[in-house]
Design a protein around this ligand. Structure first.
Ligand code: NDP
Length: 319
């Protein structure tokens, strides 16, 4: 058996084309251009590349995009202040803080400062909670991209054993929640898992997000499994490699994502999708708020103010 290689670049282009259509509709029907702001702190070369790629994708989809580069010496207070400004900026519908942040800045604190309705990465505890209860608004982009790839291959996880290697907040945990929502039986492995190979060999769907090049080899994969390799690792020769040993897994899996060209492009596509959703949501809320304000009330103006206040509270708690 030689696995089919899933073309993440091609699938991502389809998602991006659909986003572009939604952007065009928003602009022509509502006069709104989706806006994404990206904050980068420090000089991490990989982060710079990711941010540049996101910027290019935004431009191609017709977004308004802004990038804020902070020196690595910036204080947490400065970054928080900038996030607050972007929260209040009506041209910006999505805010992304590129991780990792320098050690003296708390990623948790910065992510919590982002308004949940602009949290297009889906990392704010409010959005994490919505995903946990099975009612996601903004699904973290990488796991969302993995699900879109599985769908593009008509891989239905229902009733299958999905094994995820890695339990980060960014990939592993939300991945587990999404697969559980789709009725897979989910196992999550990590660095303390005693016999990793025994677990991975049970997987019908194997998602690997470890950050260790070529760690999962063919003999750790069940014959016919679908293998999704999230890892992106720079090898000493400058080439990129995933967490799966691609050549050896090819002989066991039925399908496999390559690195590069697998999950990576999907992550960016899902970021665009989340940002368009945020812009559409904000347009709908503005419209509803407008009609709530204009609705005549028998009690007069005072009651109108109460209705507006109630609406704002409702909006706050909807996210
Ligand atoms: P983290 O370092 O946050 O998490 C790595 C996870 O792997 C942890 O849960 C860790 O376990 C687990 N792990 C580490 N070593 C082992 C081991 N020997 N056996 C089993 N589990 C192990 O990484 P991320 O989740 O952020 O990223 C994972 C990979 O995915 C990286 O290569 C990253 O570059 C890539 N990535 C790719 C994206 C894309 O768009 N394609 C987006 C985001 C990430 P423990 O919790 O016990 O420490």
């Amino acid at each position: 058996m030689v696995a089919k290689v899933i073309d993440g670049s091609a699938v991502s282009l389809q998602v991006r084309a659909r986003c572009k259509g939604r952007v065009d509709r928003l602009r022509s029907e509502r006069g709104i251009t989706p806006g994404l702001a990206v904050i980068l702190v420090g000089d991490d070369p990989a982060s710079r590349v990711y941010v540049r790629n996101k910027g290019c994708a935004c431009a191609a989809a017709g977004f308004h995009s802004e990038q804020y580069d902070f020196p690595g010496s910036s204080s947490e207070a400065e970054v928080l202040e900038w996030v607050r400004r972007l929260n209040a900026d009506p041209r910006i519908h999505g805010i992304l803080v590129q991780l990792p942040l320098p050690g003296h800045i708390s990623g948790d604190r910065v992510l919590r400062e982002i308004a949940p309705e602009k949290d297009v990465d889906g990392f704010h505890p409010f959005n994490v909670g919505l995903l946990a209860i099975g009612n996601p608004r903004f699904t973290p982009c990488t796991p969302a991209g993995v699900m879109a790839l599985l769908d593009s291959e008509a891989v239905n996880p229902e009733g299958r054993h999905a094994v995820i290697v890695g339990r980060s907040n960014i990939v592993g945990k939300p991945m587990a929640r999404l697969l559980l929502q789709r009725n897979a039986t989910v196992s999550v492995c990590h660095s303390r898992t005693l016999d990793l190979a025994a677990m991975t060999r049970q997987a019908d769907v194997l998602v690997i997000a470890i950050g260790r090049p070529k760690m999962v080899t063919g003999n750790m994969v069940k014959r016919g499994a679908v293998v999704v390799d999230v890892g992106i690792n720079r090898l000493p020769d400058g080439k990129l490699a995933g967490d799966a040993d691609f050549d050896s897994v090819l002989g066991y899996a039925s399908r496999i994502t390559p690195v590069p060209g697998g999950v990576g492009p999907m992550t960016i596509a899902m970021l665009l999708q989340n940002t368009v959703s945020a812009a559409e949501h904000s347009a709908t809320m503005a419209c509803e708020e407008g009609s709530a304000v204009q609705r005549p009330t028998p009690q007069g103006q005072g009651a109108g103010r109460t209705a507006r206040h109630g609406f704002k509270l409702w909006r706050r708690y909807r996210f």
